[in-house]
Design a protein around this ligand. Sequence first.
Ligand code: ATP
Ligand code: MG
Length: 498
Amino acid sequence: MDSENNVIVEYREVTKKFGNFTANDSISLKIYGNTIHSVIGENGAGKSTLMKILFGIYSQDGGELIVKGKPVKFKSPLEAISDNIGMLHQHFELIEDFTIFENVILGSEITNTGVIETKDTRKRIIDLIDKYKLGLDIDNKISEVSISEKQKVEILKLLFRNSEILIFDEPTSVLSPVEVDEFFKIIRMFKAEGKTIILITHKLNEIKELADRVSVLRKGKLVYEVNSNELDLEVLSREIIGPMEVTHLTDERAGTDYDSELLLSFDSVSVKKDNVLKLNGISFHVSSGEVYGICGVEGNGQSEIVDTIIGALKISAGSLKLNTGDVSLVPDDRIGKGMIKEFNIGENVLLREKNVTHFTKKNIKETSEKVISEYDVRLSDSLSPLASLSGGNQQKVIFGRETGLDNKMMVLVHPTRGVDINSSAFIYKIIIEQRNKNKGILLISSDLEEILKLSDRIGVIFKGRISQEYPKSDFTFSNDEDKHNFMVKVGKAMIGIE
Ligand SMILES: Nc1ncnc2c1ncn2[C@@H]1O[C@H](COP(=O)(O)OP(=O)(O)OP(=O)(O)O)[C@@H](O)[C@H]1O
Ligand SMILES: [Mg+2]
């Protein structure tokens, strides 16, 4: 791997600035051909920016980028694509109203007559779907498919364009454990075929499992690199966080002697979407002062629970009681459902507050600065549009906004998706604090560790109903073996094996 001839991408002292802010600070980095190279670092460390330079979205302000031995300065992704570079973004860029087929061919020049050669193209795409076992129907509309399928469509786009250098920006943060395994298989197939994979992730276990080499960015600088055969996860996590205090999770209940009050109950609720039964007589409840955790493989009714609570879906049978006013919601799709990406932090927060009738420069700035300091949001300028924030920092903003609303009930869907290790611990701390303030929290996550850490009761969702429910005493462990056995049991329930 260390053979200099095999370097496929090289950054030489590359610097990228946004205004006065340096997102990438003189980074020198080599990526070897046909390897899996991982890039890790805190939210806002500069990972996506560095990769967007390689993909032609940004141009560096200083330094050189060498691809396959040639200095390049791509002016657009089209130029990067023609050099066989492909990037799967942190946020998908698909057109919801188009079919999978239409999305895949969009923007590709595949015709010499001016007309898209649909028949051959269709066959080529179908062959790719078969070869990589993507399991997609190319005539489905994007709006009808799940998040993991959307990701597969993005992968299909890369394959269709013959990408040899594949950049994945936090690909697994939207996937459930089963889907992650499938994704790993696809990545390994790519490597076996000689492709080069750059993988941005926050998950140390993924690095351990997949990466040949890993580079750590911290506050815009490259601070550490190691090959997998010398990888020590302790050392790695210290390099990621740097000389800074780690947030510890305390699980103390703050002597709650509040009366527990029923806030939300689903009683044999059924819900149909496009005539398909998505919730099938589901029953569960959430009271004040507790975290009720729902775990399951994505697509078993989780998003329909949320849509039913917010009134976007009507129930066809059973009864739903919501004994609370407004509900705080951190949705699964933070940009689509949660935020206006052209607005800055302050505007996004004020937008949600009932008593605010107009925005002034002063209250926008104050509100932005409050969220930034409370949630340690890292960004270049406090008034930047949300779209310019790094993924994890956007998540911190929406979480902070919803927590600040002071509603009795909170619905949190994957609250730490895309959030780095230290900030995740911080978000966990706030969730426990909110519970101790006698709020009721419905936590939906595909991360079982997260569910176990935070919940007071757990429900496993499978095919639109809660198939198993466990009280806290079932997952208060005295040793690792008990924990392991419990996780296996729940893991089986998640895929419907008793
Ligand atoms: N277009 C932009 N305009 C202004 N600032 C930007 C822009 N893009 C990124 N930044 C800033 O540069 C910094 C690095 O962002 P980047 O998206 O590269 O972080 P990241 O390491 O990918 O973080 P995350 O893990 O949260 O995705 C952030 O502070 C971000 O606010
Ligand atoms: Mg990023």
